[in-house]
Design a protein around this ligand. Structure first.
Ligand code: NI
Length: 173
């Protein structure tokens, strides 16, 4: 297992839609392990493969990280969210937007069908933090980011803030 660098906005690779997972072999298993280690080290409650520059329909979630409960890693390959119900406002963060937390409106309850790390299909109903995390991570697979859910004014502020930081980082290197 290895901790891998997480791409930060405005890295264009975050906008590349993920391709379906077809091979659940050793290379895929290694990627899932690397993603888990990277997410726990950050720490974060979710991480999508495109955030590591891997354009695949894959994300992981462990909301226990936030709730300080025993770890509960869930792997979602080729996920599909359906039956979105209700509306909820939650202050979200994203490992690709360091230091940023903004209110985002999401569905309150969702159902998702996906494959686990062994390719087994499953279906899940989710609410509360898990429902929010599912929608946030699923967006990453379509190249969609939390900034896209903000008002134009907030989008500009976040963009300016992180673009400046990226420029400073480039100078520092
Ligand atoms: Ni994110």
């Amino acid at each position: 297992m290895a901790i891998r660098p997480i791409l930060h906005y405005p890295d264009k690779r975050l906008r590349t839609p993920g391709k379906p997972i077809e091979d659940f072999g050793p290379e895929f298993q290694k990627l899932v392990d690397d993603m888990a280690e990277t997410m726990y080290a950050a720490p974060g409650v979710g991480l999508a493969a495109p955030q590591l520059g891997e354009s695949l329909r894959l994300f992981i979630i462990d909301i226990a990280t936030e709730e300080e409960a025993a770890s509960d890693l869930r792997v979602f390959a080729n996920p599909e969210i359906f039956e979105l119900e209700g509306e909820v406002l939650y202050e979200e963060g994203c490992l690709s937007f360091p230091g940023i937390r903004e209110d985002v409106v999401r569905a309150e309850r969702v159902r998702v069908r996906a494959q686990d790390r062994h390719g087994e299909r499953f279906e899940l109903q989710a609410d509360e933090l898990l429902a929010i995390a599912l929608q946030h991570e699923n967006d990453h697979l379509d190249g969609k980011l939390m900034i896209d859910h903000l008002s134009l004014l907030k989008r500009r502020l976040v963009h300016r803030n992180l673009t400046r930081r990226a420029a400073e980082g480039a100078v520092a290197e």
